[in-house]
Design a protein. Sequence first.
Length: 469
Amino acid sequence: MKQILAINAAIGSFVWGWPMIILLLGTGLFYLIRTKAIVVRKFGFIMSNTLMKIFHKGHGGEGEVTAFQAVSTALAATVGTGNIAGVALAIAIGGPGAVFWMWLSAFLGMSTKFSEVILSITYRIKNKETGAYSGGPMYYISRGAKIKWLGKLFAIFAAIASFGIGNMTQSNSIAETIHVQFGVSPIIVGIILAVLAAFVIIGGIKRIGSITEKLVPFMAVFYIVGSLVIIFINITEVPHAFGLIFGNAFTGTAAVGGFAGSTLMVSMKAGISRGVFTNEAGLGSAPIAHAAATTDHPVRQGMWGVFEVFVDTFLVCSMTALVVLVSGKWDSGLQGAALTTQAFNEGFKGGGYIVAVGLTLFAFSTILGWAYYGEKCSEYVLGPKAVKVYRIIFIPLIAVGAVGGLAPIWAIADTLNGLMAIPNLVGLLFLTPVVVAMVKDFFKDPDRIRESDREYMDLLEGRYKVDDR
């Protein structure tokens, strides 16, 4: 086991190191350019058709769940402990300037996620017997890029990663938080979590979607409002907080015994990797949930991908960052959830309970979202019968993770989570012309409603030519 963990550590240093960060950001920049910055030029249009239409039933078309239920499932998996503990850790390690680099990664990540979702809808398939939709990187890599073995490799990485990053690490965070704040035994917490999760997961994407569309808005608003209260209490410190963010973005915050150049690199890496890790743009996980959405065009659902990154990083993560900075505790020596909790407690008595409740809801929702990702990837590799087996393994591991069991597996799963990005990014780069064609097709007449997937699939089969100049 020690040798396996040593190998995993070596691979992990690459996966979450500079080469991968550059590849992820480079892909986002490439798509920003190739789509002529559509997510920037049409940002108002995108928000008016997502944020302002959260409770809209949609524009018709085909799918299993509503567009918002699909993005809620994706957000449930994306908004997790990283938004609370991870952001604070990035600031503690890289200083306030890390927040700037987190925002930059999210800015580029919007184009990446936009493209991922477009391809997921474009190449999704429908089970004629059950009516269920399946999509994601494994499908657009195999059906679009025609590299079947690479699509299968992505699915294997994601299925295994779901047991760690999407399961045991989340339940462990919940158990520790509840134990510290309320004194409840981790074993009891684990059993309760497993039972609650089983009730939702066994119902499939429709039940997951119906739960997450209620849970995600509530938990996001709860945490954001709690954060805003503290920010307004310390409103005079807000300009100073932004000054720290932008003032240290390119100079770094020199650590004891360090020097500005090295500190700047630490700040950049801490912020960028945290942004990528929280919004998952480029990792390929969220498109699996978006593939089930009822939509009339890939680009219409792609706009929800932009919305997803915006909510996760520019709203939720920014709230954590600002609270930590206005509290003045960012350089206290604390890290992760402990730093965030201390910052909230500085805001007002009992503020730490906001962190406890927020982290619990965020982590639990992540378990639900990743359960769906894992079972769809297992189904892709082993067939429909694998879903029941996957659930039988996944659900008990929630309780195991709560008490800290199988901790070495977490590290391996974290590495596989990062490795998911490689086949996904290959698929994205191969299929750039498809994304560009779909964007042009949609924005020629964004108000036109298409009744079925057939209408935009004709575009791929050359039924009419799309000018790609």
